[in-house]
Structure formats: structure tokens, C-alpha cells
Design a protein around this ligand. Structure first.
Ligand SMILES: Nc1ncnc2c1ncn2[C@@H]1O[C@H](COP(=O)(O)OP(=O)(O)O)[C@@H](O)[C@H]1O
Ligand SMILES: [Mg+2]
Length: 251
């Protein structure tokens, strides 16, 4: 069964067509990678899915229900959580308190005690339990990314949207984060993730969707995508991306 269906969604900013009739689906318990050059429209698509932007045309169907144009807090309650590209924790609160806030805005209505229990469990899940009493502002980049994941997970989502959670991490931290994401899927949560690190996304995704100039240009298994002529063409203009594509192809 499809957990998420996006049907011919378009979103424009003034004269710029950020998304042009984008259609895709995510099946239950899949890990789907969403890739594409800078400015392709990836984050905008997340913003449409979770209600930050209303598309000019098209529909977003989640668990069989049309959620197009719903407010972000409603969509969070329905079970879509998101980890943002730019992580902004509440710096004066502790790690635990930050995650409790996430639990309070989630799918289930929570008492403070319930929120604390969930927060402790997801901190364990993302490997941040030992930092729970630290003030969030003191975490390093990798820890802040884990905190952002924990905050999203505390909402008990069916679908987790991850926007470049591996960016800025060293190879060891990337490997550890991939393990966390796999474990999240094992726990029954579906993952749609935007990522620039090609070898990482190739490694973890069941299926990859490629956006370029607001359009889906390819979709397939990691192996298919790494060799797809349109994908190679789209990435040639970007040295960083074409290098990582080359790497993913085994040099
Ligand atoms: N709020 C906005 N106002 C105007 N233009 C925007 C806005 N958000 C995104 N854009 C533009 O839409 C295009 C797609 O952006 P984005 O979805 O952030 O791309 P990606 O995440 O794939 O790098 C870019 O050209 C970007 O400058
Ligand atoms: Mg983006």
C-alpha cells in the first residue's frame, strides 16, 4: 500500500516554476531517496508535503486521505514528521526538553509525563541518551542532527521526511547516522530522504527519485539511477555531485 502519493504537484515562486507536475509515491516501510542538483525543488516538495506551501495544482494523498493545503500542525498530527536541513534547536533548553517539545506536537496527544517517556526512548534510538541533560546549544553538528531526528521521531510519525541530515558529517558520523535511519525503518517508520551524499543515498535507499528543475527526471533502484543518462547529464554541471556519482559507480 502507498503511504504517500503526490499527484502532479506544481509550485511557483513568482516567475520561477519550483515544482512542475511532480508525481511520486512512497510505499509503506520503504526508504526512498530524493536527489537532484541544488535548486531542483527538493526542499520545496517537502514544504508542499508537510503543508508549509499550498501547491497551485496537484494533490498530496497520505494514508488514503487528501491532505493538500492542510496546515503543518494538522499534517504533523496525521503522522508526517520532518527533520530540517538547517537545524535550529531551542538552544537554552536541554536535549531532553527539546525532544519533549517534539512529542507534544506529534500524532498522539501527550501529557508531559508521556512526552518525557517518548523523548527518553527516541534519544536512546538515535544514540543521544547520554547527552539528555546537556543544553542543546552545546551540542556539536553531528549531535544537533541527531537531536533534530529525535525531535521528529518523538512525534511518532508514520512518515519521516529527512532533509540533508548527513550534510556536514564526517564519514564515521555518516555511517552511524545510516545505521540510525535503518533502525528507524525497522521500527516500522517509512522514510523519504533528501541527500547530496551519493554513496550514502545509494547505499541506504530501496528506490531513488531524481528531481531536476522541478521535474522528476528519473526513478529506479540505486543501480539504475547511478547509470541513468538523464541523471548523469543533470549532474555534470555540478563537480561535487558528478564526483560523488562517479564514486557511487565504483570510480
Ligand atoms: N520561499 C521561496 N521564495 C522564492 N523562491 C524560492 C523559495 N523557496 C525556494 N525557492 C526557489 O525554488 C527553487 C527550488 O528550491 P529548493 O526547493 O530549496 O531546492 P533544493 O532543495 O532542491 O536545493 C530554487 O530556485 C529556490 O531558489
Ligand atoms: Mg534543499
Amino acid at each position: 500500500m502507498n503511504l504517500l502519493e503526490v499527484h502532479k504537484v506544481s509550485k511557483r515562486f513568482g516567475g520561477l516554476q519550483a515544482l512542475n507536475r511532480v508525481s511520486l509515491h512512497v510505499a509503506e516501510k520503504e526508504i526512498v531517496g530524493l536527489i537532484g542538483p541544488n535548486g531542483a525543488g527538493k526542499t520545496t516538495l517537502f514544504n508542499v508535503i508537510n503543508g508549509v506551501y499550498r501547491p497551485e495544482e496537484g494533490r498530496v494523498i497520505f494514508r488514503g486521505r487528501d491532505i493538500t493545503g492542510r496546515m503543518p500542525y494538522e499534517i504533523a498530527r496525521l503522522g508526517i514528521a520532518r527533520a530540517h536541513q538547517i537545524v535550529r534547536p531551542l538552544n537554552e533548553l536541554t536535549v531532553l526538553e527539546n525532544v519533549m517539545v517534539g512529542a507534544c506536537f506529534g500524532r498522539e496527544n501527550r501529557s508531559l509525563r508521556g512526552a518525557r517517556e517518548i523523548a527518553l526512548a527516541v534519544l536512546e534510538q538515535v544514540g543521544l541518551a547520554s547527552k539528555r541533560d546537556m543544553v542543546a546549544g552545546q551540542l556539536n553538528v553531528a549531535e544537533k542532527k541527531r537531536l533534530e531526528m529525535a525531535r521528529a521521531l518523538a512525534a511518532r510519525p508514520y512518515l519521516l521526511l529527512l532533509d540533508e541530515v548527513l550534510a556536514g558529517l564526517n564519514p564515521t558520523e555518516v555511517a552511524a547516522m545510516l545505521e540510525v535511519i535503518r533502525a528507524i525503518r525497522e521500527s516500522g517508520i517509512t522514510v523519504l530522504m533528501i541527500e547530496h551524499l551519493m554513496h550514502a543515498i545509494m547505499n541506504i535507499s530501496d528506490r531513488i527519485i531524481v528531481l531536476d528543475y522541478g521535474e522528476v527526471i528519473a526513478e529506479g533502484t540505486p543501480q539504475e539511477i547511478a547509470r541513468h543518462p538523464k541523471v548523469i547529464e543533470a549532474y555534470l554541471g555540478d563537480p561535487r555531485l558528478s564526483y560523488s556519482l562517479l564514486e557511487a559507480n565504483g570510480g
